[in-house]
Ligand binder design. Structure first.
Ligand code: GDP
Ligand code: MG
Length: 162
């Protein structure tokens, strides 16, 4: 059975875009409107000949009361069944209250966490990514899920954890 990688993060940070990038097909649900992904969705993936399963998460209604808690709860369920976690943050926005709820949950989870600083579309956003060192999840991998920038290095790092 291939290892499972959970992709977690608050709505709209680019989780599904990253999943599409990883699986190399436009399969996962990507929407400008947050909360379109209905539930955890599993995809077969491979990097450097190593197969693994990617679990995209989401499915929250934007603006619902207690969104942060609901996001963290669903992320926790995905994390519990995963061998490694890609925690996706929008580097151009920084850490919001919803991100913080996930951070609190991830600190208690005994799983390898890889911090993804997404939407680093160019050099000028590298500094935004560096700000995320403070989360304590190690190196914030600067990527652009949309354009593919940095995703090869990210996947190399992911394989190290599987
Ligand atoms: P999710 O809710 O976390 O799954 O986020 P989505 O993958 O649905 O993406 C939300 C929005 O962010 C979409 O408009 C994407 O095109 C955009 N997006 C995702 N990744 C990037 C990126 O690397 N750079 C930029 N500029 N936009 C991105
Ligand atoms: Mg999504």
């Amino acid at each position: 059975v291939p290892p499972v990688v959970a992709v977690v993060g608050r709505p709209n940070v680019g989780k599904s875009t990253l999943v599409n990038r990883i699986i190399g097909r436009r399969q996962a649900v990507v929407e400008d409107v947050p909360g379109v992904t209905r539930d955890r969705v599993f995809y077969e993936a491979e990097w450097n000949g190593r197969p693994f399963t990617v679990a995209d998460t989401g499915g929250w209604e934007y603006g619902v009361k207690g969104l942060a808690g609901k996001v963290a709860e669903q992320a926790e369920r995905a994390v519990q069944r995963a061998d490694a976690v890609l925690f996706v943050v929008d580097a151009t926005v920084g850490i919001t209250a919803t991100d913080e709820a996930i951070v609190t949950m991830l600190r208690k989870a005994n799983k390898p966490i890889i911090l993804v600083a997404n939407k680093v579309d160019g050099q000028s956003h590298e500094a935004d990514a560096a700000m995320l060192w403070g989360l304590g999840f190690g190196y914030p991998w600067p990527v652009s899920a949309l354009h593919g920038r940095g995703t090869a290095d990210l996947l190399d790092a992911l394989l190290e954890e599987l």
